[in-house]
Design a protein around this ligand. Structure first.
Ligand SMILES: *Cc1c(COP(=O)(O)O)cnc(C)c1O
Length: 235
């Protein structure tokens, strides 16, 4: 049997590569947040990653996260929702997650705001952008981002922090680079408008096969699943 690297070995490797990408692009390691995407993996795997030092975890489905969370209640982790969210699950998402990366409509933003606990803290959110304009993918088109950002800026219970992208799947990370650049340029353009309560500080971009390129292009959050937890059996 071939030996499978442990989760802590995987994390050490990912950390090395993040550090190298930061050095290459003159960035500081602390300016890039590693979010471990644990979908399809059991709570034990998340515990192992926590023990190896990770504190940010991401899931793409509310129900799956809710099923795992009781076993992880003692971990002081930050939970990120990175998958598409239906408006009827906004309340459950709000109860489960500290960040939502996948806001793609005003209606969803309003539902998340309505679900805010009284006197609760603002929910940090990102707008998901569909840069490839792929019909099957969630996210708003680049041309619609500014208007949605303005609208979310008016919602008190939400704190708009930036943009998120899942680029089209392309075999070579170099082919993905232009999408990361586009997201960064779009964020800069919107930042330059100085819209009230709109920050474009965070760029959530880069997954297992392209996070290094994403960091070179300015990612502040990388979402890494397979490179930490191994291949997913089902999805
Ligand atoms: C699954 C997933 C990831 C992680 O993908 P890997 O290729 O396994 O690193 C990142 N972002 C989102 C939105 C995902 O659904």
């Amino acid at each position: 049997m071939e030996t499978v690297p442990t989760i802590s070995e995987n994390i050490a490797r990912v950390e090395e590569r993040i550090a190298a990408a930061c050095r290459r692009s003159g960035r500081r390691r602390e300016d890039v947040k590693l979010v471990a995407i644990s979908k399809t993996h059991p709570a034990e795997a998340i515990c192992a990653a926590f023990a190896a030092g990770l504190r940010d975890f991401g899931e793409n489905r509310v129900q799956e996260a809710q099923a795992k969370l009781p076993a992880l209640a003692d971990l002081r982790a930050t939970w990120h929702l990175v998958g598409h969210l239906q408006t009827n699950k906004a309340r459950a998402a709000r109860e489960t997650f500290h960040w939502v990366h996948s806001v793609d409509s005003l209606r969803l933003a309003e539902k998340l705001a309505q679900a805010a606990p009284p006197g609760g803290a603002c929910l940090p959110v990102l707008i998901e952008v569909n840069l490839g304009e792929e019909a099957a993918k969630a996210g708003v088109r680049a041309a619609e981002v500014q208007e949605l950002a303005e609208q979310i800026g008016r919602i008190e219970a939400l704190e708009l922090r930036g943009l998120m992208v899942i680029p089209p799947f392309l075999a070579s990370p170099e082919e993905v680079r232009p999408y990361f650049r586009q997201l960064r340029d779009l964020a800069r353009k919107i930042e330059a408008r100085h819209l009230p309560n709109v920050s474009m500080q965070e760029l959530s971009m880069g997954m297992s096969h392209d996070y290094e390129v994403a960091i070179e292009e300015g990612a502040t959050i990388v979402r890494v699943g397979t490179a930490i937890f191994g291949e997913r059996q089902t999805q």
